[in-house]
Write a protein that binds this ligand. Structure first.
Ligand code: FE
Length: 216
């Protein structure tokens, strides 16, 4: 991992993320229904993932054994969080839920998601065919519309990365994994893969440039 990151360079390249976070902070402060809120965040997320150059390398590193969830930002009031989800080749999640709304925006590579629903006997069964997300595609999960799925890297030979936005501090929310064979439901909390978040806020280059202009 590159530890010699220039904070000004990083802050500069993180402009699209900063803009997304400002927009989403405004959205979650509005009195909106969940569908309205999710739709508004979806538009902002579509702009964010239109280009992938902003994602810091530190939040793009796969792990040889399991997928990584790098926190990019959590709202101070925990109304939303943004995570870089990094898949090593062939990696997959268990069948799981979220307990809050979430949007999954594909940034690099591709991932395959299978949604599940309960049949009349209460058994979890696939809800339609698996869906493959390509860069720019966005999928939604929510307890109100379908919250249980399993996701995997669509590739066996390369890393894939998606940017997730959740309606809470997702790493600290009690959730569930589901064993389809036995029907067992196990509680879990995902946490985050790194104690660090990107430094979004070194704006000194902008102030320095204007100071230099004034002095000229
Ligand atoms: Fe998920």
């Amino acid at each position: 991992m590159n530890t010699a990151v220039d904070p000004i360079q990083q802050s500069r390249s993180l402009a699209p993320l900063r803009e997304f976070l400002a927009t989403t902070t405004r959205i979650v402060g509005q009195d909106l229904s969940e569908p309205q809120r999710v739709e508004a965040v979806r538009s902002a997320l579509a702009r964010l993932i239109a280009d992938d150059a902003w994602l810091p390398d530190a939040a793009a590193q796969p792990h040889p054994e399991h997928y990584q969830q790098y926190l990019l930002h959590c709202d101070p009031l925990e109304r939303f969080s943004v995570v870089s989800f990094v898949w090593g080749p062939g990696q997959r999640t268990p069948v799981h839920d979220h307990m809050v709304w979430g949007l999954i925006g594909m940034l690099r590579g591709a991932e395959t998601g299978q949604s599940f629903k309960r049949d009349p006997n209460g058994q979890l069964v696939p809800d339609g065919p698996p869906a493959t997300l390509s860069p720019g595609d966005i999928e939604m999960v929510s307890p109100s519309t379908g919250d249980i799925h399993q996701v995997s890297n669509a590739y066996d030979d390369r890393t894939s990365i998606s940017i997730h936005v959740y309606g809470g501090n997702i790493g600290a929310i009690a959730r569930h994994v589901f064993d389809l064979e036995s029907g067992a439901i196990k509680p879990f909390v995902s946490g985050y893969s790194s104690p660090h978040v990107p430094n979004l806020w070194d704006m000194s280059h902008i102030v320095r440039a204007s100071l230099q202009q004034e002095a000229a």
